[in-house]
Design a protein. Sequence first.
Length: 119
Amino acid sequence: VTINYTRISALIFLLFFLVYSYLAGEIQVFAFDEHADFNARTFPKFISYLGIAVSFLTLVLSRGEDDEPFGQFEWLKVFVLFVLVFTYGIIIKSVGFFLSTNLFLLISYYYLGVRSYKV
């Protein structure tokens, strides 16, 4: 078994979804809603089980030879997009959803080099 970036990220996501599944089980539900088919825990539990399954399959079925070298990633773009997402999260309440989302998408697409205006 070789360790590569795909397996490392799958392991991180597996741990994340295991914690998420535990926390989804801690969601409080009304007494009359406890045995209902669909309550406040249903969708978070479904998402956590789906995430656990996908990350486990990725962990088991990934191959070790297909990864790119670590230095070939464009870390500046990753950092700039992280700053854009962080800024988007800060300004969404003050500017509003519609304007902040459109600004975020326009700036992100422009920065990533997407110049096609066709939808």
